[in-house]
Design a protein around this ligand. Sequence first.
Ligand code: PLP
Length: 356
Amino acid sequence: MVNDSLTLKIQRIEKSRINQVDWDNLPFGRVFSDHMLVMDYENGEWNEPEIVPFAPLSLHPATSAIHYGQSVFEGMKANKDEDGNVLIFRPDLNAKRFIESCERMCMPTIPEDVYTELIKRTVDLDRDWIPNKEGYSLYIRPYMFAIDDFIGIKPSDKYKFVIFTCPVGSYYSEPVNVKIEEHYTRAASGGVGRAKTAGNYAASLYPAKLAKEEGFHQLIWTDAAEHKYIEESGTMNVVFEIDGKLVTPAEDVDTILKGVTKRSVVEIAKHWGVEVEERKVSVEEVVEALREGRVTDAFGAGTAATIATIAKIGFRGELFELPSVESRVLSNKVKAYLTDLKAGRVEDEMGWLVKF
Ligand SMILES: *Cc1c(COP(=O)(O)O)cnc(C)c1O
């Protein structure tokens, strides 16, 4: 249940828009639930949060975040089980990452328990918007940005925190083709790659556009210094199965976003007795293994897609085709497990769900 000690104003929508939704054709991220939560920070503290009807925000033209990018976001999903309980997947990890992102961007933080509670209240009010259909969910988007109306460069004094939700269908339905990028960079050591901050995604658009022109869906980013080590794929973490072992870049660097999905894949695979190596993964090693047919699986892991199967990997003009999707035993098993778990169809033995 929700925690009553947190005070929150609620202004309900007069008439729900829920009947206007075409539930069979839900595009990702374009349909928004009835309400949103808004909480402002000023004079060194957070004001009382308020849930209001979903509507445009009014912003001063000098709004600091628009000019200088003090802006961070999160993403997670809620589903319903058969009894109508709401299930949210690992919001604690999400809350911790939000705090880390805020700290890196010189922004105020929100305590983990408050953050989680605000998410729960927002989702609870619009729980009818959680789709019941297989593979569908309610995507939750919390974000914070600087709202000082001042065009000098300094940490803003005022911020706005918002949570809105979107009923969504599945994200990537088709397996993806990715290209190992050796020129452009997502994140350099000492930079902000570890933070889920707006500018990282703006910066990735141009290289991704070039890759799309070559027929790829996404890039596999490599390290900025030498382009020798694999980091992530697009906005997902990346996992390979090489010689029967799961191999994935370790997150003890400040250039890789610490994904909740990837962490969960690693933990459940280990729990099932699969050998997992989290370490530096070189491009050379992966390309050699691709050449020798020792890469039996490769996939991106992230909240939006959960598991995005990689069909082909491009490197220096060569295109390596991976085994058929049906043959991907482990990733298919992980994907089914996570889907079933999030829908409350299997026991939550890892204690990953928050239920209300
Ligand atoms: C959000 C994100 C991920 C995936 O994180 P999840 O917590 O699994 O959704 C991976 N890489 C980048 C760059 C991201 O922004």
